[in-house]
Design a protein around this ligand. Structure first.
Ligand SMILES: Nc1nc2c(c(=O)[nH]1)N[C@H]1C(S)=C(S)[C@@H](COP(=O)(O)OP(=O)(O)OC[C@H]3O[C@@H](n4cnc5c(=O)[nH]c(N)nc54)[C@H](O)[C@@H]3O)O[C@H]1N2
Ligand SMILES: Nc1nc2c(c(=O)[nH]1)N[C@H]1C(S)=C(S)[C@@H](COP(=O)(O)OP(=O)(O)OC[C@H]3O[C@@H](n4cnc5c(=O)[nH]c(N)nc54)[C@H](O)[C@@H]3O)O[C@H]1N2
Ligand code: SF4
Ligand SMILES: [Mo]
Length: 798
């Protein structure tokens, strides 16, 4: 049943192109920058409305008109003719179009069959990246996890930012308390392993990140970039430090050592909330710049300068991203980023690294000790990986399916994920998926992963979906709230993604026929009951029925948003503060409501048992001996080349290669090789290279470039669209190679379970040459079997 939607609230007056055209506002869901767009909508030849143009919304309170090439092509992406429109159900091995009723019946039957045995472990969940970009992805997956009661929860986080959650959990007691650089007020920014000029920023939501960096430089500030590649961001910087991949924990540790050794530590206003400063000094003691220099590839004097400048700057921030997380010491490096901010007095101060406060967060309450953060409350069946934030490593999904025994995963619910390309050893995962008793994918594309599903449930395109940034507002460099309704109503036969996910929850709970909105009603009832019983809530003592009747919104998800806003830090408290935020207020302000610059939040943000920032958490201290071994092993000249990834402005992970306008030019799956290495390895520009790792080998054209440091090669991820049975013909025409086939899934950051996707050794040789170890060993494209990828249970090496 299509939800009724009106677009009035975000309709824009003013000139619109062509007869019957109109404009509307839509927040861009395509990356973390959350830009406000003005889209033009006009009927096509068949009279069906579609987006014909998109531009930045100059009146957006946060993005002020910024748009990037992806946002500008929002209409093309939205109307991709290869998006699935109707559900697919497997019949006699073939995926065939089906009605929603047939599809959900197949889900209820398929899941029911697996759950019948009474072992919740048999159903696994994989939640992919777009879940943080949709309203549905924020509101329903937690319920799915709860309803399925399975420990087998896997997400893209363990291919991405889990090290930051782990370090925040340990430091602040809350894995979601992630400080962001206060970009607009800082004088000194040290960027570690991020390339916002291509990615537009991550774990730091800032529309026009590039412009904000330029503004920093214009006001006399300093930008330093630590990256083994000379990226566009590095070229914009005052200083580029070409660290040896994986060496950041050493580099940052030595900076800490310098701060103590040169008595530059000044913890500032946050000092009274810090515990364990002396313990950090002890840990860092022997990591002198001289000791780490060879292993991290940075001269001792440069390390000293980085530390001194950070300490001397009026207001400074250290910011780390993918290159600091998806590495062997991801959690340690993520922790050190915050340690450096704390030791230089920049944690929680304007211009430093600050905690945003989103409109749907829990309202602040008096500081009190919390329960803290623990990992390993459960362990994975096959390799015994500890759970982190309720998840097992994505890299371990395949082994949980293909390893026989009690508790084996036999069914998979995959929502907005493409782990065949995004996680290590896709070839093994594909074989595993093909052997599942049941799999359902919620995905608009029939791609490398969803082609293995028994049922594919396609969400409508973003033009037909509402948007609110539940995730990214909690990481934004300015507090603000914006909501956009669908700009085009759902068509015949389309189901909102919220309804799809709510129905999955109902299938999992054994009530497949119930009204999807009953799921929202249940959440509202539950949340309001807890709120009225909570003495610290603005609605304490009130009647839940009365509060429920006060909720506005046209749908279950809208009423839930209204409830969260009203109970939140800026909310109206259901009338307690009549000027406060409500859904109605956001609808009255279609360009958003500005909630001001970031404000200091210590100690209120803390949930640690000590009530302090625990600067030297025991699990990290206990892992330092591994860092010392790494340091010892890394002395001497680098041997095999190490591989790092890269992103392109006109890409997004694995799923935008089917949009013609975003393809071509420099957005290609090539292997970047430094001229010196190219000469040594006999690789000519444009020739084909074979790259081999523990999980297999792939081939890619060589691009000789000084953008990568000597000893480093770079291949982007998200490619490898050469599988049969997909329906992404534009992507398949230029498939590229799946870099993650080089990995066997065993190399992880042990504190977070995050796969090491950057800084792993590879063998590189000309593809055509029959001689040479790499070329001789594996001739096939992706998936040539190493022992671990042949389906045998891989043992964890960590
Ligand atoms: N080697 C290497 N590997 C990496 C990375 C790297 O840097 N290097 N990066 C990692 C990172 S940071 C991430 S986040 C992961 C991403 O890993 P995944 O989340 O598994 O991969 P995506 O390519 O983002 O795929 C998202 C899927 O969601 C679908 N989709 C798109 N929009 C929607 C929607 O609105 N609703 C639904 N239901 N589905 C939608 C797409 O069709 C696609 O199938 O990849 C990781 N993999
Ligand atoms: N255009 C575009 N935008 C995106 C995405 C996309 O695919 N395309 N993906 C989105 C997602 S899911 C995410 S998580 C974000 C990621 O956002 P970013 O982290 O900003 O993106 P990357 O371009 O992967 O930047 C990581 C950088 O780390 C460097 N690096 C690799 N190894 C090391 C190392 O050992 N040390 C150091 N210091 N650096 C290293 C790489 O060379 C690279 O330049 O981007 C998001 N935005
Ligand atoms: S920067 Fe990100 S949010 Fe902004 S228009 Fe581009 S893809 Fe969309
Ligand atoms: Mo990501």
């Amino acid at each position: 049943m299509p939800e009724s939607v009106t677009t009035q609230s975000n309709a824009e007056p003013g000139p619109a192109a062509g007869p019957g055209a109109r404009t509307a506002l839509r927040i861009c869901p395509l990356c973390e920058a959350t830009c406000g767009l003005v889209v033009t909508i006009a009927p096509d030849d068949g009279g069906r409305e579609r987006i014909t143009a998109a531009r930045g919304d100059r009146d957006d309170v946060f993005s002020r008109g910024f748009v990037c090439p992806k946002g500008a092509l929002f209409g093309e992406l939205d109307a991709d003719p290869h998006r699935l429109v109707r559900p697919l159900v497997r019949r006699d091995g073939e995926l065939c179009e089906a009605s929603w009723e047939e599809a959900f019946a197949a889900v209820a039957e398929g899941l029911g069959r697996v759950l019948e045995d009474g072992d919740p472990r048999a159903v696994a969940l994989f939640l992919g990246n777009p879940n943080v970009h949709t309203v549905a992805g924020a509101l329903y997956p937690p319920l799915l996890v709860k309803t399925l009661r399975t420990p087998n929860v896997f997400t893209a986080s363990t291919l991405d930012q889990m090290p930051k959650h782990a370090s925040s959990g340990l430091l602040y007691g809350d894995p979601l308390a992630i400080p962001v650089p206060d970009l607009d007020r800082t004088d000194h920014l040290l960027v570690v392993g991020a390339n916002p000029l291509e990615s537009n920023g991550s774990l730091c939501t800032a529309p026009d990140f590039p412009g904000r960096l330029r503004a920093l430089r214009r006001r006399g500030g300093t930008l330093t970039v630590v990256d083994p590649r000379r990226t566009r961001t590095a070229r914009l910087a005052d200083r580029h430090v070409a660290v040896r991949p994986g060496g950041d924990a050493l580099l940052l540790m030595a900076m800490v050592q310098v701060l103590f050794a040169e008595e530059l530590v000044d913890t500032g206003a946050a000092g009274e909330h810090l515990g364990g400063v002396e313990d950090v000094a002890r840990l860092a003691g022997d990591f002198t710049p001289e000791a780490v220099s060879g292993a991290c590839g940075v001269e001792p004097e440069v390390i000293r300068t980085l530390a001194r400048e950070l300490a001397a700057a009026e207001r400074a921030a250290v910011y780390g991203r993918i290159g600091s997380t998806t590495v062997e010491f991801g959690t340690t490096a993520s922790w050190l980023v915050d340690v450096l901010n704390a030791l230089t007095g920049n944690l929680d101060r304007p211009g430093g690294a600050m905690f945003p406060l989103s409109a749907t967060a829990r309202a602040p309450r008096p500081p009190a000790p919390g329960r803290g953060f623990a990992t390993g409350r459960r362990h994975s069946r096959v390799s015994g990986h500890p759970e982190v934030k309720g998840e097992f490593p994505a890299a371990a999904l395949a082994e949980e399916i293909d390893t026989p025994g009690e508790g084996r995963v036999r069914a998979l619910v995959c929502v907005a994920g493409n782990p065949v390309l995004s996680a290590p050893d896709g070839a093994r995962l594909e074989r595993a998926l093909a052997g599942l008793d049941f799999m359902v994918s919620v995905d608009p594309y029939l791609n490398e992963t969803s082609r293995h599903a028994h049922v594919v449930l396609p969400p409508p395109p973003p033009s037909r979906s509402p948007h609110f940034d539940f995730s990214f507002n909690a990481l934004a460099v300015r507090n603000q709230a914006r909501y956009t309704r669908p700009v085009i109503p759902l068509g015949e036969g389309e189901t909102s993604e919220s309804a799809i996910l709510a129905r999955l929850v109902l299938c999992a709970s054994g009530a497949p026929g119930a009204d999807p909105e009953s799921v929202d009603a249940m959440v509202v009832e539950h949340t309001l009951s807890a709120a009225v019983a909570d003495p610290l809530s603005p609605v304490h003592g009130r009647d839940t029925g009365e509060l429920t009747r006060l909720l506005s919104g046209e749908s279950g998800p809208e009423r839930r948003l209204d409830m969260m806003l009203r109970l939140g830090p800026y909310g109206d408290g259901f009338g307690a503060d009549p000027g406060g935020l409500t859904l109605a207020k956001l609808l009255e302000h279609p360009h958003g409501v500005d909630l001001g610059p970031l404000r200091p939040r210590l100690p209120e943000v803390l949930r640690t048992p000590s009530g302090k920032v625990e600067l030297c958490p025991e699990p990290i201290a206990a892992d330092i001996p591994r860092l010392r071994r790494f340091l010892a092993d890394r002395q001497g000249e680098p041997g095999a080349p190490v591989l790092v990834g890269r992103r392109h402005l006109r890409s997004n992970n694995s799923w935008m290669h089917n949009v013609p306008g975003l393809k071509g030019g420099s957005n290609r799956c090539t292997l970047h090789v430094h001229p010196a290495d190219a000469a040594r390895l006999g690789l000519a520009d444009g020739s084909l290279a074979e790259i081999a790792g523990d999980g297999g080998a792939v081939r890619a054209p060589v691009e000789v470039t000084e953008e990568v440091a000597p000893g480093v090669v770079s291949l982007p991820h998200g490619w490898g669209h050469d599988r049969p049975g997909t329906r992404v013909p534009v992507a398949s025409a230029e498939p590229g190679a799946n870099v993650n086939q080089l990995l066997d899934g065993r190399l992880l950051d042990p504190l977070s379970g995050t796969a090491v996707l950057n800084g792993f050794p590879v063998r590189v040789a000309p593809a055509a040459a029959p001689t040479g170890e790499a070329a001789g060993e594996t001739a096939a494209e992706s998936g040539s079997a190493s022992p671990a990828s042949a389906g045998s249970p891989a043992q964890s090496s960590v």
